[in-house]
Write a protein of this length. Sequence first.
Length: 103
Amino acid sequence: MSSKDCTIGGYNVPRETMLLVNAWVIHKEPNIWHDATSFKPERFENGESDMNKLMPFGLGRRACPGASLAQRTIGLTLGSLIQCFEWEKISEEEVDIVKACPI
């Protein structure tokens, strides 16, 4: 809720107005993202530079309290997938591991 009268994006917002952020629209904004409608996880390979553009868990005081747990669980989930399934290449071409998994 807004704590005082303010102007946001040219709109006058009265005090005690509930403001909701549409993260889906921000994530699809073509002025922020190059080719915004495509799934491109490599956008985030550079680290913290674009972290305020991606808000899967929200930002600020109202951010998801389980965000750090979710991010830590991703490694365990990936490890389980690698361990529990038989993975095969779809072609005989060699996989360039440096290109596939840059660190």
